[in-house]
Ligand binder design. Structure first.
Ligand code: FAD
Length: 428
């Protein structure tokens, strides 16, 4: 069955709202502008520039406009995958080391916007407050309400034929409940609000969570902090860590000044730093339209398209993958869907497919919270092949997978040195 959007495609132009000007939003803009001449995009970006979370903000909590700080990146951040895995297919990185510094990534995204003249479609400093469908039909138009973050008083509204949501999912900090946390007299922080390691000089710090951020912050803080306890539920890490970083089991409870671990060992600490990730949210869409249940976004087909409203699409729901190339590929699929070039199955078939994907993840040992997790194995490449087939384009080169697998092993085994290696993808 052809998707219902193409029933209206006889009109000469379609207005499309893109929410966010990070890697995903830029991919959406670029594809809207190149794949077809049919679309007139408007991108709404709450920040003052292009770059998404790579646009560093030294402030925490509240920005200069009195808005909640969006970005979770820290001053000394370097990438955890090489730049070949962080490139859009139509814009290679500059020569130089494979692992980029945070400013280099932001610079890349800003040069991309300049190279393809995308800025003229972006309303900067503009916060999208609300997006609602104009009717209950699958090809509904959308009313977008937004305001200027510097003025705030005046709310504007505008109507679009379709909306592409690219708002990122590393802004809303998640931290688990911990018994006794309210009694703890030390400082409690989330990695979202971490900026510099000097802040921890002379302190004993317990970091909860040993994924990329947990390990990275432990290593960074170790140069200034006294003792760093890296608390996590994984098997012991394979890598060597600095001498003052000690792995511990998960946290059982906090007391006034101590952390008690699951194995009942205790340590005196000054700071508890959560590196426990983020929650996906779409605060501008009502719960009747989209729900996030334990990190599962529903109802969406192939992690991309709203099953009921085919004019509501998402770039950036999948987690832990090569974000930049995948964002470009997803955006390409999105634009093909909006073009009416993709034969979408019926609503029931799409729901069934989404359930099947969720169930398959369970059999692969992933819990409910990993409904959109790609990460290990060949999941991200299967996903890419699936959407490439659906939308009629070539999937990413197999060299990507080989490089991803290789650097994953290097990072797991040599966390202190993995960024010293350099790579170049040569086949396609
Ligand atoms: P974002 O970059 O988060 O962009 C979303 C945009 O939407 C923002 O500009 C935001 O201002 C805007 N926005 C949100 N809500 C609204 C609204 N209501 N109105 C208007 N605008 C809005 N990925 C890698 O590939 N390699 C790495 O090394 C790597 N390191 C990382 C390190 C950290 C600490 C973190 C947190 C993430 C890292 N990532 C890394 C993942 C990162 O998420 C992706 O690289 C990529 O930036 C995601 O792009 P995005 O466009 O989906 O989201």
């Amino acid at each position: 069955m052809a998707n219902s959007y193409n029933q209206t495609m006889s009109e000469p132009t379609k207005r499309v709202a893109v929410i966010g000007a990070g890697a995903a939003g830029l991919s959406a803009l670029r594809n809207l502008l190149t794949t077809t001449k049919t679309f007139i995009p408007t991108c709404f970006e709450r920040g003052s520039d292009v770059g998404g979370l790579w646009l560093y903000n030294r402030n925490t909590h509240t920005d200069d406009n009195g808005m909640p700080v969006f970005s979770s990146v820290y001053r000394d951040l370097s990438t955890n995958i090489p730049k070949d895995l962080m490139a859009f297919p139509d814009f290679p990185h500059k020569d130089g080391p494979s692992y980029l510094s945070r400013p280099d990534v932001c610079d890349y995204l800003q040069r991309y916007a300049d190279r393809y003249d995308l800025r003229k479609y972006i309303k900067m400093n503009t916060f999208v407050q609300n997006i609602r469908p104009n009717c209950k039909e699958s090809n509904t138009k959308w009313t977008v309400s937004y305001f200027d973050v510097k003025q705030k008083e005046e709310i504007h509204t505008d109507v679009f034929d379709a909306v592409i949501v690219c708002n990122g999912h590393q802004e809303k900090a998640y931290s688990p409940d911990i018994e006794g946390l309210d009694q703890f007299k030390g400082e409690v922080l989330h990695s979202h609000n971490y900026r510099t390691p000097e802040y921890f000089a002379g302190k004993n710090v317990v970091i909860l969570g040993a994924s990329f951020s947990g390990q990275d912050l432990a290593v960074g803080i170790s140069s200034f902090g006294k003792k760093i306890f890296l608390s996590h539920l994984k098997d012991p890490l394979l890598t060597v860590l600095p001498a003052n970083v000690m792995e511990r089991t998960g946290i059982k409870r906090m007391t006034k000044s101590r952390v008690v671990f699951l194995d009942d060992t205790e340590e005196e600490v000054d700071v508890l730093l959560f590196c426990t990730g983020f929650q996906t949210h779409f605060p501008f869409l009502s719960k009747d339209i989209i729900q996030v249940i334990s990190e599962r976004v529903t109802p969406v087909y192939k992690h991309i398209i709203h099953i009921k409203y085919h004019t509501l699409l998402f770039v950036g729901i999948p987690k832990l993958l090569c974000y930049f190339p995948h964002s470009f590929e997803i955006a390409r699929a999105v634009v093909n869907i909006l073009n009416g070039n993709v034969a979408l199955p019926s609503e029931d078939e799409m729901l069934e497919d989404a359930e099947k994907d969720f169930a398959q993840r369970k059999t692969e040992g992933l819990d409910d919270a990993k409904a959109h997790f790609m990460g290990d194995g060949d999941r991200q490449w299967r996903f890419n092949k699936d959407i490439a087939k659906m939308a009629g384009f070539k999937p990413l080169p197999t060299a990507f997978q080989r490089l991803w697998d290789y650097v994953t092993i290097q990072r797991d085994n040599h966390f202190l040195t993995f960024r010293k290696q350099n790579f170049k993808i040569i086949d396609s």
